[in-house]
Design a protein around this ligand. Structure first.
Ligand code: AMP
Ligand code: MN
Ligand code: MN
Ligand code: MN
Length: 292
């Protein structure tokens, strides 16, 4: 079964609206998927109605599990936690998301001030207009810097000004990892530590965060994130085994093109892994489908 449990729509920093994202996933052969926008579940608003309007053969083979990618901190680091099979109506989760959205705006204002100090003025106005109803974030500031000619491309904007440890990396606004894991659990979902190897931790630190994550109620690691070397997959699969955690898989698709992985094209989880979807109880498998 082709599963893709990590993708972004226009509700955060992806370029495709939810329906186009789902259609593309179906074309790529995905059978089970989740849209996991940064700190937003807006992609799911009205989705059932949108799906019902599709021709019956439209997205018939695709099952959709409600999901999100939440921003948080652990120590001094910004960490992402994916929540899967969440109840979108849960108040604890909704309040948490609301607080993150406020934090994003505050953070954007701080980024704006810091960039202005370097002579890059008007970042907030540009980024906020670009973001519109979607969650404002550093990718919008990266586009601002490219548009104004301050850098030649988005990766350069991250490398010089917005990436980890740079002036635009404002992280003190996020809640603790344990707290956001709690929201996901409260919403009946499964918390997954997203892309554990992106944080560039030592093996010791990585074991420490996985320990804390599990203590907080986290239940899976994202063993595959996009196209990645086999040794990384094996390393994370081992970690799952040692910590008795399930495994998730996702493209982290943001837009078509070479800079991000394609939907559903990440290979399969190692046989030793317990797939995360086996943790979704039969009775509350919250899949949205156009097939009923
Ligand atoms: P934010 O949610 O505002 O913290 O922004 C994080 C997002 O920025 C990530 O989810 C990526 O989509 C994007 N991003 C992070 N690092 C880079 C990079 N080096 N180059 C391009 N995009 C990046
Ligand atoms: Mn992103
Ligand atoms: Mn992420
Ligand atoms: Mn992501």
């Amino acid at each position: 079964m082709i599963v893709d449990f990590h993708s972004h729509s226009t509700a955060s920093d992806g370029t495709l609206p939810a329906l186009e994202l789902l259609q593309r996933a179906q074309q790529q052969g995905v059978e089970l998927m989740s849209i996991t926008d940064h700190d937003s579940v807006a992609a799911y608003t009205g989705l059932v109605e949108l799906l019902a309007q599709q021709p019956s053969e439209g997205l018939r083979d695709l099952r959709i599990v409600p999901g999100i990618e939440l921003s948080c901190t652990w120590g001094k680091r910004t960490i992402h936690v994916v929540g899967l099979n969440i109840d979108l109506e849960n108040t604890t989760l909704q309040q948490g998301i609301h607080s993150l959205q406020r934090a994003r705006i505050e953070r954007a204002e701080i980024i704006d001030k810091r960039l202005a100090k370097l002579g890059f003025e008007g970042g907030y106005a540009f980024a906020a207009t670009l973001a519109g109803d979607s969650q404002i974030g550093r990718p919008h500031f990266a586009k601002f810097m490219v548009e104004r000619g301050y850098v030649s491309n988005e990766p350069e904007a991250f490398k010089r000004y917005l990436g980890a440890g740079k002036v635009g990396d404002v992280k003190q606004v996020w809640p603790q990892m344990a707290e956001v894991v709690g929201w996901i659990t409260a919403a009946g979902g499964v918390a997954v530590l997203a892309h554990p190897l992106h944080y560039k931790m030592t093996a010791t630190k990585l074991r420490a965060i996985v320990t804390d994550f599990k203590l907080a109620g986290g239940r899976a690691l994202e063993v595959i994130n996009g196209k990645q070397p086999a040794d990384r997959t094996q390393y994370l699969a081992k970690l799952c085994e040692q910590f008795e955690l399930a495994a998730s898989i996702g493209s982290d698709f943001h837009r078509p093109g070479p800079s991000w992985s394609e939907l559903g094209q990440m290979g399969v989880l190692p046989a030793s892994c317990t797939p995360v979807w086996e943790l979704f109880p039969e009775t509350s498998f919250r899949s949205i489908s156009s097939n009923h």
